[in-house]
Design a protein around this ligand. Sequence first.
Ligand code: SF4
Length: 415
Amino acid sequence: MAQLSLAEKLTILADAAKYDASCASSGAKRRNSRDGKGIGSTTGNGICHAYAPDGRCISLLKILLTNSCIFDCHYCINRSSSNVRRARFTVDEVVDLTLDFYRRNYIEGLFLSSGIINTPNYTMEQIVRVAKTLREDHDFRGYIHLKTIPDAAADLVTQAGLYADRVSINVELPTVGGLRRLAPEKSEVRIEGAMAKMRSAIEDGKDARKRYRSAPHFAPAGQSTQMIIGADAATDQDIVSRAAALYERFDLRRVYYSAFSPIPDASAVLPLKRPPLMREHRLYQSDWMIRFYNFAPHEVSAAADPATGMLPLDIDPKLAWALKFREHFPMDVNRASKNMLLRIPGLGVKAVDAILAARRWQKLRLDDIGRLTVSVRKIRPFIIAADWTPVVLADQANLLPMLRDKPVQLELFAS
Ligand code: SF4
């Protein structure tokens, strides 16, 4: 590898990391340096994070340790057969960069991933060393998210949780068939085995904290994973049920969906075009339905087109579900259970909680609901209030123009 300056390495390795979507920092443990000791903080509202126009988190120093990799996953720009410029940081370089950026207020923490160097164990050791050095030698109290290497020894993978706020292990593709075809060196069994071990290590850590206040926090922001969307033939229904199974089995904090983006010098087995970014957005909304609105995965799947298995792109899946199962509507906001209120398109968790609190004292009228939502116009067909009873839900054709979001001009220069 040619000698590169630190700045050149940073350019290459930050660019190579941009394909990884799973770096949001919500759920970080509160940690600060107001006592005059240590460096950094995750206090107050937790870590601030910004999102690029395409939805990706940009507030962490997000880099790879190296973009060289012994594996050859077809969808990855860093695969061994790719013709990209390679670079590699040393552990000390990553530590110094993180501290330097932190002191200058550029970042709130570090997201570190890596191609596989030599062996999975060696790579995992290097990743863990970065976090260990930051925490133990520099008393770094910012946020750390480590991407683990599932093929590495279990004790190395779990060591990551001792130093990181969040760890992630990517399942990569929604189906086993897709993984075999596009990442033949990866194994679903190894990936899920690593996730299962991480889950039990996180649970043991929580248990230890309950018994002994002095027990260390272990991956307090939990574990997450990422799926690439649109690189294989998986339908939205496949993706929703896979994500639901992952939440259930591994107690994940988040599943991230990353629309496949065609890479330079792409393998011939990949589609030529990226899927619409809106598909990624609809999948995040479907994820939200399961995590916050108490929909069962099969109910979310029922919102998809039965012929194609795909969620509609023009309306959000909660609205699609309501239009399909209109026998549940209109719903009386003064009587319906919390679970049912959460199914009203356009009502979020906060608004539902506010409705439940307010209706203890008074019968809610349409205006009251209007004050709690962004657009009462869109909700009106689905609710009954003290002074409002809509006619039976009209045909979808008549309703849709009223319920659709107005088209938004996208930024011309968004990447
Ligand atoms: S193991 Fe990771 S870095 Fe290596 S080719 Fe596969 S996806 Fe890319």
